[in-house]
Design a protein around this ligand. Structure first.
Ligand SMILES: [Zn+2]
Length: 432
C-alpha cells in the first residue's frame, strides 16, 4: 500500500531507532537537515533571535529550540521520552549452558516479558572502546540481523503454560546466540562488529550499553491500514510527532522539544526528566535571549506551557472492563488528554482547556482518559517536569494497545492528528 511521506518517515524512524541513543541521533540528524545547529553543553553558546538549535545529554536525551525573532518571552514546550522497556545485556554478558553461548540480560523498565519469546532478535546500543592510539571513543552499533532468540518451552513440557506461567528473567530469558560458542566468543563478535560498522581495529572494549530488539519492522496493519504496529511506539511516536511539529512550524514563536531518557525507570538521572537538563538549558538560553536574572526566568517559565506527550491506553475490544465507561479512548479518535486527580498526570483544567482549543483550531478530534477508580494510574514526565520547573503542564498522548510489549499497536490517523495539534501549539501567539 503506498504511504504518505509522514508515515514513511515514522516507520523508518521507528525501525532505525532501536535504542535511546539511536533515537537521539536520528532526531538530531533530522533537525540538522531542517537547519538546526548543534550546541555543546561544555562550550560557550552564542545565540541570536530566530536561531534554531539543539543540544543532547548522554547522547540519549535531546532539547531542540526555536528562538523567536524578537525577545524570548514564552516557550511552547513539547515533552516526550526516548527510552522503551526491554532487555539489556549485563556487563559480563557471555554465559554458557550446555552447548550454547547465551547472553545474560537485565530487564529495563516495566517490560511485558512473554512477547519476547520466539522472536528474531537484533542487538544495538553504545560501546566505549580504547583505540590502538590510546584514545577512548564511544560509538553506536546496530546489528540489524537476527543473531539471537529466546526459545519458548514446549507446551508438552509445561501443560499449565496457558494458565499463566510466571517468568523468571534471571533463569528463563537468556537469549541463545551461538552453538558451540565460548565466553570469549562474544568478545570476538563485538570486535568483529566494531570493525564492520566503524572500521575499528585492535580496540579494547571498555564498557557497553546494549539492547536486544525485535527484527520485525514497523508496519501498517488492518484492512485499511488503520493501525500501525511496531516496537517502541511508547514513546518514539511522541518524539517523532514533536520533531515534525517543530519542523512544520512557521518559526515565528519561541518553542522547544525536550525528549528525555530514563522515563521508564523513574526519570531520576542526569539526562532524565527529574534531573536538571531542561532547567540548565533554559537558564542559559534565557540569559542570552530573555529578560535576565531570576525574575526574568520566573516570568519566562510562568508564561510558557508544556505539553507532555506520552501514549495512552486505548479501549481494548477484548478487555473493555479495564476502562471507565466514560473514558475509553478510541484508536484513531484523536489525541487523549490524560487526567488524574492525584497528579500522576499534570493536566489542569486550564491546560486541558488550552489543548481543546488547539485541537478545535487544528480540526482534530480530542478525547479524555482517566483511570478506573479501582485501578492504579501510570505516570510520565509531565508531573516531574512540572515539579522541577513549575511550568503549567498537561499530559496528552496517542492511544495504543499492548503498552510495553515488544510490539505495540496504535492508530495511523492519530499520528497526523497529534502532529497537527502540536504544530498549532508551536505557531500559537497567545498561550493564556
Ligand atoms: Zn511512555
Amino acid at each position: 500500500m503506498p504511504q504518505d511521506p509522514t508515515m514513511e518517515r515514522l516507520l523508518t524512524f521507528l525501525q532505525r531507532s532501536p535504542t535511546p541513543w539511536h533515537a537521539t541521533a536520528n532526531m538530531a540528524r533530522r533537525l540538522e537537515r531542517a537547519g538546526y545547529r548543534r550546541l555543546d553543553e561544555t562550550q560557550a553558546w552564542t545565540l541570536s533571535p530566530g536561531d534554531r538549535v539543539y543540544v543532547t545529554r548522554n547522547d540519549s536525551s535531546l532539547i531542540a529550540l526555536q528562538l523567536p525573532a524578537g525577545k524570548l518571552e514564552a516557550l511552547r514546550m513539547i515533552g516526550a521520552h526516548t527510552d522503551s522497556p526491554g532487555l539489556r545485556l549485563k556487563p559480563n554478558a557471555a554465559q554458557s549452558s550446555r552447548d550454547w553461548l547465551q547472553l545474560g540480560v537485565e530487564v529495563y523498565g516495566g517490560a511485558l516479558l512473554a512477547p519476547w519469546f520466539d522472536r528474531d532478535l537484533g542487538l544495538a546500543g553504545r560501546v566505549h572502546v580504547r583505540r590502538a592510539d590510546g584514545r577512548t571513543q564511544g560509538v553506536l552499533i546496530n546489528i540489524d540481523r537476527a543473531i539471537a532468540t529466546i526459545p519458548n518451552l514446549a507446551i508438552h513440557l509445561d501443560r499449565e503454560a496457558n494458565n499463566g506461567r510466571a517468568l523468571n528473567a534471571q533463569t528463563q530469558m537468556a537469549p541463545v546466540l551461538w552453538q558451540g560458542g565460548t565466553e570469549t566468543g562474544f568478545e570476538s563478535l563485538l570486535n568483529r562488529w566494531l570493525y564492520e560498522q566503524h572500521d575499528l581495529e585492535d580496540v579494547e572494549v571498555l564498557a557497553f550499553e546494549l539492547c536486544l530488539y525485535d527484527m520485525q519492522g514497523a508496519s501498517c496493519v488492518g484492512i485499511n491500514g488503520e493501525l500501525i504496529a511496531s516496537a517502541r511506539l511508547d514513546n518514539l511516536l511522541s518524539c517523532f510527532c514533536g520533531v515534525e511539529a517543530l519542523i512544520n512550524a512557521d518559526g515565528s514563536q519561541g518553542a522547544l522539544l525536550v525528549a528525555n531518557d530514563h522515563e521508564e525507570v523513574g526519570s531520576a538521572s542526569a539526562s532524565g526528566a527529574q534531573g536538571p537538563f531542561l532547567g540548565d538549558v533554559l537558564r542559559r538560553v534565557n540569559a542570552h535571549c530573555g529578560e535576565a536574572g531570576e525574575e526574568g526566568f520566573a516570568r519566562l517559565i510562568q508564561a510558557s506551557r508544556l505539553i507532555s506527550c506520552d501514549n495512552a491506553h486505548a479501549l481494548h475490544p477484548n478487555f473493555p472492563d479495564k476502562h471507565d465507561a466514560g473514558h475509553g479512548p478510541r484508536i484513531n479518535g484523536g489525541p487523549v488528554i490524560k487526567v488524574n486527580a492525584n497528579q500522576r498526570y499534570a493536566t489542569t483544567s486550564e491546560t486541558a482547556a488550552l489543548f481543546r482549543e488547539l485541537c478545535r483550531e487544528a480540526g482534530v478530534p480530542v478525547q479524555t482518559f482517566v483511570s478506573r477508580a479501582d485501578m492504579a494510574c501510570g505516570s510520565t514526565i509531565g508531573p516531574l517536569t512540572a515539579t522541577e520547573l513549575g511550568v503549567p503542564t498537561l499530559d496528552v498522548g496517542v492511544s495504543q494497545w499492548a503498552m510495553h510489549s515488544i510490539r505495540e499497536t496504535a492508530g495511523s490517523h492519530d499520528i497526523d492528528y497529534l502532529i497537527r495539534a502540536l504544530t498549532t501549539f508551536v505557531d500559537r501567539r497567545v498561550l493564556t
